[in-house]
Design a protein around this ligand. Structure first.
Ligand SMILES: Cc1cc2nc3c(=O)[nH]c(=O)nc-3n(C[C@H](O)[C@H](O)[C@H](O)COP(=O)(O)OP(=O)(O)OC[C@H]3O[C@@H](n4cnc5c(N)ncnc54)[C@H](O)[C@@H]3O)c2cc1C
Length: 320
């Protein structure tokens, strides 16, 4: 992640990829949540993340006046932020000088004995010394086509997009309820909002349906994960006749240990760069570099903590 963030900072100097360091603000409404936040800040400090501020409720409200009166404490790191992934992807594609063929689905693999020698598509085959499966949620089915059982589960995640929310301060941080994970951040003249509660795995999908219940869960102030619980202006947003919103949906591609699968597989000529478990934008640069280093031999399998055949300990907690 740190490698990716350093890269994004450097890139933003030259090309506007929409990078904003407006910070992440986690707020707790319960004493138990506040205690957990305190412990987490201490642990993060031990991991070398020493610029996370722990604010009590009144200090948090002084700094972020839109917060609710019953916030017990807050955890804030100004260095955190976001960018526009589409701009990033297009800039990386442009700068790579590589040839891209979009809309051309891989339907199978070319083989020579055990070895993968390329891929087949509806419009013919493409030979390659190494094939990398980097198909996001569809990596599992593609792996199966090659005879590989990748430990991936796909879970639906939705994003609520509100194009116009006058109440949202454009310079606000990503503001997250610690207890529920429901969060929002400014975007253009409005906001994006998400909630990543534990959800059942479902088959990988290319076109993921949305559900209005997701939007109501965040917007309706009576919901148990309403945005209004930590930021009261969301009540006004809900009751405004001018409220407009739409939803986007995709799938997180989880591995059991919530870490990506990077590098060569047991099938010669076949590698993977997938399984980012909801962090594939943040992890894209550092992760992809490691995948390339593992494929070219610059990184030995023993030194690659993300090698696809590693033993994994399941992690049960959910992530943003
Ligand atoms: C609602 C939501 C919010 C998110 N928020 C964040 C966030 O805040 N920060 C963060 O870091 N990450 C976030 N993520 C996760 C992030 O979007 C993913 O981890 C990331 O997009 C994965 O990138 P990828 O390149 O591995 O896969 P993808 O972006 O899914 O790209 C895979 C590509 O492979 C193509 N493909 C599939 N099958 C085939 C085939 N057979 N032949 C050819 N091409 C194929 C697909 O069309 C697609 O273009 C979020 C995800 C969702 C759904």
């Amino acid at each position: 992640m740190r490698e990716s963030v350093a890269f994004f900072d450097d890139l933003q100097q030259r090309v506007d990829v929409g990078l904003r360091h407006q910070g992440y603000l986690f707020v707790a409404r319960t004493d138990e949540g506040a205690r957990a936040q305190r412990d987490l800040v201490a642990a993060q400090d031990g991991w070398g993340l020493d610029d996370v501020e722990l604010l009590d409720g009144s200090e948090a409200r002084r700094r972020f006046p839109y917060l609710a009166d019953d916030i017990v404490n807050a955890r804030f790191r100004q260095g955190d932020g976001w960018l526009e992934p589409r701009r990033l992807a297009l800039e990386l594609a442009r700068a790579s000088g590589a040839r891209f063929e979009t809309g051309r689905m891989v339907t199978g693999f070319m083989r020579e004995g055990d070895r993968i020698r390329g891929v087949t598509t509806a419009d013919g085959s493409v030979a390659a010394g190494t094939v990398v499966i980097a198909a996001g949620p569809l990596s599992g089915p593609l792996g199966k086509l090659a005879g590989l059982d990748l430990p991936l589960a796909t879970v639906r995640r939705q994003k609520l997009i509100l194009p116009e929310v006058p109440q949202v301060p454009p310079d606000a941080p990503m503001t997250i309820e610690f207890e529920t994970g429901a969060h929002w951040r400014p975007a253009g003249t409005g906001a994006h909002a998400l909630w990543t509660a534990p959800a059942p795995a479902e088959p990988p999908l290319d076109d993921v349906p949305t559900s209005a219940a997701f939007a109501f869960g965040l917007l309706d102030p009576t919901s148990d994960h309403a945005l209004a619980r930590i930021v009261p202006f969301w009540r006004e947003v809900w009751s405004s006749s001018r409220l407009q919103w739409w939803l986007q949906a995709g799938q997180y591609t989880y591995t059991p240990d919530r870490r990506p699968l990077l590098g060569p597989t047991r099938i010669p000529g076949l590698a993977v760069n997938t399984g980012y478990s909801g962090h594939g934008i943040m992890g894209s640069i550092g992760g992809s570099r490691r995948a390339v280093d593992a494929i070219t031999g610059r990184l030995n399998p023993g030194d690659n903590p993300f090698r696809p055949d590693r033993p994994m300990h399941a992690r049960s907690f959910d992530v943003l």
